[in-house]
Design a protein around this ligand. Structure first.
Ligand code: HEC
Ligand code: HEC
Length: 313
């Protein structure tokens, strides 16, 4: 629970950081940068630029930046029914941030929800979605974070009620709800739809808000993206499966793209609440091709008839 300098000394104990793995990772990153590079990226800093783009798609800055605080230095309060979490410093500061973390440590956090001491991280950090991020993309994000100015700012302890504050209890939750697996393209789907699936389920972690949760806080797989009255900070989060009556089934692809680009809905209202932040820091920064991929993927899903507000989910 307490985070401090001592923990930062422990490196590479996560198991994912052995030398052969790292060499494979380096190769994977080199290949991925070639694949991800967009016009203008073809320089030595291509990987950092790719990482900046991926970090925006994943919304890392929003949670890890306090109001008026330094980017990525943490300290943002995240109220939940279990208490208030404070995001940690993920700048490259060696004492208070993640400057001493190996690539393996970083992958271990994103993929397995573990810190370098092996402690379980709380799923308010959306690692249950980030577990799907590819190794190359995760390490590009790390390279981008490492390229930013380090900020010395100690982490603020979470303010949680018992028993939720007990990290070891996460073992039970993980056993029930966490599936540790990377994204795999589905047979038969187009490359565009699979890109959209990756953006929605891995980086964009859309389901962390749009999927209802059960009493123990696990996402309800059968209602994926079908909306909930019980979103972050008590927000009502709409059904974004293509059901005509209760979801976005009557939206066109262009209307969805417009929302993701500018936050304007088909009725010309502006998007509100935490989605306004997702658009501002995330989807508005994406390429038009990626916004279309997200829209196509959402519209290709099996519609789920689920009126937000009908039930207590
Ligand atoms: C919804 C808010 C949220 C988002 C989005 C988010 N984080 Fe976090 N992150 C947190 C919180 C809260 C913690 C602390 C969890 C804990 O203490 O168990 C955390 C923990 C971490 C840690 C572990 C740090 C440590 O000192 O143990 C790393 C690394 C991290 N996040 C990186 C990222 C990256 C990279 C992204 C984007 C890909 C990201 N986070 C997106 C909220 C978020
Ligand atoms: C932090 C929580 C959160 C995340 C993450 C999130 N959303 Fe949302 N989303 C919301 C909320 C809240 C609303 C309702 C906003 C409003 O009422 O104006 C919303 C609204 C929407 C709408 C409008 C639907 C309608 O019927 O009006 C779409 C489309 C949407 N989100 C898509 C996405 C996609 C795609 C992602 C992932 C890239 C995503 N959202 C991630 C919280 C979130």
């Amino acid at each position: 629970m307490l985070r401090g300098g001592a923990r930062r000394q422990a490196r590479g104990r996560g198991g994912a950081g052995s030398a052969p793995v790292r060499r494979t990772a380096a190769l994977a990153v080199a290949l991925a940068v070639l694949a991800v590079a967009r016009p203008g990226d073809g320089r030595a800093d291509g990987r950092i630029a790719a990482g900046a783009y991926l970090a925006a798609a994943a919304g890392c800055a929003g949670c890890h930046t306090a109001k008026d605080g330094a980017p990525y230095a943490g300290g943002r309060a995240l109220p939940t029914p279990f208490g208030t979490f404070y995001s940690p410093n993920i700048t490259a500061d060696p004492e208070t941030g993640i400057g001493r973390w190996s690539d393996g440590d970083f992958l271990n956090a994103l993929w397995h929800g573990r810190d370098p001491d092996g402690n379980y991280l709380f799923p308010v950090f959306p690692y249950p979605s980030y577990t799907r991020i590819s190794e190359a993309d995760a390490l590009a994000i790390k390279a981008y974070l490492a390229s930013l100015p380090p900020v010395a700012q100690a982490n603020k302890p979470h303010d949680l009620s018992l028993p939720f504050s007990l990290r070891p209890l996460q073992a039970g939750w993980r056993g029930l709800f966490f599936r540790d697996r990377r994204f795999r393209p589905r047979d038969g789907a187009t490359a565009e739809i699979m890109r959209g699936a990756y953006l929605v389920t891995a980086l964009g972690h859309c389901g962390e808000c749009h999927t209802p949760r059960n009493a123990l806080g696990g996402t309800m797989v059968g209602l994926a993206l079908a909306g909930t009255t019980d979103g972050p900070e008590g927000e009502k989060v709409p059904n974004i499966t293509p059901d005509k009556e209760t979801g976005i089934g009557s939206w066109t692809e262009d209307e969805l793209v417009e929302l993701l680009a500018s936050g304007t809905k088909p009725d010309f209202d502006n998007i509100q609440g935490s989605m306004a932040e997702v658009v501002e820091r995330g989807t508005s920064q994406l390429s038009d091709a990626d916004r279309h991929a997200i829209a196509r993927y959402l519209l290709s899903l099996q519609p789920i008839h689920h009126r937000v507000g009908d039930t207590d989910s």
